[in-house]
Design a protein around this ligand. Structure first.
Ligand code: ADQ
Length: 463
């Protein structure tokens, strides 16, 4: 079995319970193959402390049989690669928010420079028959930089965020360079069929690629395979977390505190792609149109702080604070506040308890690669008395989770109606929808995802 080399912007120790989904997904194969996980160390070195652009110290650590290799970044590199290009251009445009992209910056050169730095540090650590799996939009050009240094290993890429259709993608001044870089991979994985179709359309209309059957496309003198591999969660792990003391305690506390109320729950990173203002407006419309929910329905919205030094995120934070205050002012009673807005991360151990206590989950992004919260909510439910998932049709998860109540988050009235339907859905219907949803997330869980991806990449010819 070839050694797995995983590359992502951030690296985590898979033995750590809070390491997150990617660590769980990759941990098994990394362990089994004595693998290497490479990425940014999370350390930013200021110029005054010797942080030189294009340079960074390499650190090697061992986590059991896995080697963790990380590189520091200078302040200038971090700001332009991470904040400027990855999160200031690629994140907004890939989420269809051209209006929020900052194209004027000269950040592209630094984005490229950091990818070259990573390639320079990674290449000497590679063995000839390694399988290399690179993750996400920060690292699109990494394979082409490795190829330029003579790496002939099989290299795969997985895009965790959506790929927009060509009219939006082509707003990026360097779209051709980016897409050409994708063709340096052997296998490109997307979250959904929609993303894959956008790739195929771009390849054909902009790069003159011919589909060659078997998910293969040829352009820029290379042939790539492109396919959808919807990422899942570790259902068993989430279910067993739900049986743990923190989750149980959270569940009981919520049930005691909201004994007479119906709980609605939103759990997100504070990000403009997640549709949080629209969600609050839909909740406000629910109060206005269906007054029977006043004094009874409570929305708990947890928004974890994220990328706070990017302007669009600070603006959103202020907007949400203003909106939740206004809705509470308008509808609140002495003994009831309609919205509890919490700008904090919830501990992973408490999350299943919170999910189980909620009668309705609102997962209503304006655009999302997949959205794992939707799957976590399903996994956390009591099958005998499950809650209802209200899901945006614009989340990648919508392609799989057909039995959710599907909404268009831009349609505030329509979303309010769906929330009303969710709050009053009969038990038998809740059970039958939940059962089908649970089957789906079990059949395509995170282990299925990494197995399928790595099997496909492993079966490809080398070089
Ligand atoms: P994210 O945009 O971060 O990920 P998502 O998939 O919803 O979005 O969440 C990832 C994880 O973060 C989940 O396990 C969730 O429980 C946790 N999380 C989110 N908000 C939290 C909060 N407030 N407190 C505690 N935990 C929280 C990107 C893409 C997604 C894609 C994933 C995986 O944007 O579309 O599903 O990668 O590929």
């Amino acid at each position: 079995m070839s050694r797995l080399v995983a590359v992502s912007n951030r690296v985590a120790d898979p033995r750590n319970a809070a390491a997150g989904g990617l660590a769980v997904a990759l941990g098994e194969t990394l362990n089994a193959t004595g693998g290497l996980w490479f990425g940014w160390s999370g350390r930013v070195v200021e110029a005054a402390q010797g942080g030189t652009p294009g340079e960074g110290e390499l650190h090697l650590h061992h986590a059991g049989d896995i080697t963790l290799a990380t590189v520091d970044l200078s302040r200038e590199d971090h700001d332009a690669y991470y904040l400027g290009y990855s999160n200031g251009v690629l994140w907004p445009v890939f989420h269809y928010r051209v209006d929020l992209a900052d194209f004027d910056s000269g950040h592209l050169n630094v984005y490229r420079r950091v990818n070259q730095l990573f390639a320079r540090k990674l290449a000497p650590l590679l063995k000839p028959d390694d399988i290399i799996w690179i993750h996400d939009y920060h690292l699109i050009p990494l394979a082409s930089e490795l190829r330029a240094m003579g790496c002939g290993q099989r290299i795969g890429f997985f895009l965790h965020i959506p790929l927009p259709p060509p009219p939006i993608l082509t707003t990026i001044p360097q779209h051709e360079w980016l897409m050409r870089a994708l063709f340096a991979y052997d296998l490109i994985g997307f979250q959904s069929q929609a993303d894959l179709e956008h790739f195929a359309r771009y390849a054909q209309s902009e790069a003159g690629a011919e589909p060659m059957g078997e998910h293969r496309y040829r352009a820029f003198h290379r042939t790539v395979r492109a396919q959808a591999f919807p990422i899942g969660i570790d259902v068993d792990e989430f279910v067993s977390l739900g049986k743990g003391p923190e989750a149980q305690e959270t569940y009981e506390m919520m049930m005691a505190q909201y004994a007479r109320r119906r709980l609605l729950l939103g759990v997100d990173r504070l990000d403009y792609s997640k549709g949080l203002p629209e969600r609050m407006k839909a909740f406000q419309a629910l109060m206005a149109q269906y007054p029977e929910n006043r004094s009874s329905a409570t929305l708990i919205q947890i928004a974890a702080p994220s990328r706070e030094s990017v302007d669009a995120y600070a603006d959103l934070r202020r907007q949400l604070e203003g909106m939740s205050g206004a809705i509470n002012g308008e509808y609140g009673e002495l003994d009831w506040m309609p919205i509890r807005y919490i700008h904090r991360t919830t501990s992973r151990r408490r999350l299943p308890g919170l999910c189980r206590a909620a009668r309705v989950a609102l997962v209503t992004p304006l655009r999302d690669g997949m959205n794992l919260v939707a799957k976590e909510y399903i996994a956390a439910q009591d099958p005998d008395d499950p809650g209802v998932l209200v899901l945006s049709r614009f989340a990648g998860a919508a392609e799989q989770l057909k039995e959710a109540l599907m909404v268009n988050p831009y349609d505030i009235q329509g979303t309010a109606q769906a929330i009303q339907q969710a709050l009053h859905m009969p038990l038998a219907e809740r059970q039958s929808r939940h059962q089908k949803l649970l089957e789906r997330i079990r059949a395509q869980d995170v282990h299925w995802w990494s197995r399928e991806y790595l099997r496909t990449l492993g079966e490809m010819d080398q070089g």
